[in-house]
Design a protein around this ligand. Structure first.
Ligand SMILES: Cc1cc2nc3c(=O)[nH]c(=O)nc-3n(C[C@H](O)[C@H](O)[C@H](O)COP(=O)(O)OP(=O)(O)OC[C@H]3O[C@@H](n4cnc5c(N)ncnc54)[C@H](O)[C@@H]3O)c2cc1C
Length: 258
């Protein structure tokens, strides 16, 4: 039996900028795609001409249309593609995975995230109107209409482009009374700090929180300094697959960052 994740071809049917840094893409086709129904579900997205995937939250899935809200930042495989006119492009989507799992005794939800977490937080809020929910959102744009109107939201501005101060925000939170569920996503280093804080200071049981690193900041460093040409030629000469070559290119870029 194959352990490879199922993949689906999709066509970009609509492209709608939601704000300066957020673009909505509506994909069609997707024969056989099935949603998990879990509101923070995500898929891998491979854009034309690339082999590497990047993860995106399924903002919604309706019959054969799947909506992704993509953050556009300075440079990046998907960012640069999504900034262009990508209507009609064929992309590959991997089968969805999900994480949001509040325990049955949860009486409240606390959701914290940056711009990349907005699609998941919006979908969680829509999915769980039964639970009193507070959202803390650190975003560079005015997204006032993005979350359902009844939600209690604290809007914060990132300290600088591509940076986040969410770890210190969470360290100062006044926790609601009783059992609840804490969900958080954003820059990986911030998330690592928060996991430690939750374990050491807050003492939340692991079943009552979910903290996910959605992206890794490489601030001030040039992500494309490594020339892919020699890696590509050496890989081809050694008979390696495209996936192996791109993995080596990725590893070289990572090493260049350290
Ligand atoms: C489960 C999961 C769900 C996610 N859901 C979403 C979603 O719904 N929408 C969404 O936009 N993202 C989402 N992300 C984050 C997204 O996968 C990453 O931001 C990804 O790196 C973007 O790919 P890229 O090709 O644009 O940039 P990359 O090629 O990966 O990175 C290029 C450079 O950009 C920097 N960078 C990457 N992401 C950001 C960012 N957000 N802000 C500033 N700098 C950045 C990197 O440090 C690197 O220097 C999710 C991630 C996970 C793990």
């Amino acid at each position: 039996m194959s352990t490879r994740a199922a993949q689906f071809q999709a066509t970009v049917r609509r492209r709608e900028p939601l704000s300066d840094h957020l673009v909505r893409l509506v994909l069609g086709g997707l024969d056989g795609f099935e949603s998990t129904g879990v509101p923070d579900e995500w898929v891998g997205l491979v854009v034309p001409g690339q082999f590497q995937s990047r993860y995106y939250t399924v903002r919604s899935f309706d019959r054969d249309e799947l909506t992704l809200d993509v953050v556009v930042h300075d440079v990046g495989l998907v960012t640069e593609w999504a900034m262009r006119d990508c209507l009609g492009d064929i992309v590959t989507i991997t089968e969805p995975k999900a994480s949001f799992s509040p325990p049955p005794d949860a009486r409240w939800l606390l959701l914290v995230g940056d711009l990349t977490a907005m699609p998941a937080m919006a979908r969680i809020v829509e999915a769980r109107p039964d639970l009193p929910t507070r959202v803390i959102a650190e975003v560079p744009d005015d997204l006032a209409g993005y979350l359902p109107g009844t939600t209690e939201v604290t809007w914060l501005t990132p300290p600088a482009p591509g940076q986040s101060a969410l770890a210190s925000v969470v360290e100062g939170i006044e926790w609601p009374e009783g059992e609840g569920y804490f969900w958080m996503a954003g820059e990986s280093a911030q998330m690592r700090a928060i996991r430690k804080h939750l374990m050491r200071e807050v003492g939340l049981p692991a079943s009552h929180y979910d903290v996910m690193g959605y992206w890794r900041a490489t601030a001030g460093r040039q992500p494309r300094k490594v020339d892919p040409g020699p890696i590509w030629r050496a890989g081809k000469a050694a008979g390696k697959s495209d996936e192996q070559i791109w993995a080596e290119y990725d590893a070289a870029r990572e090493a260049d960052h350290d």
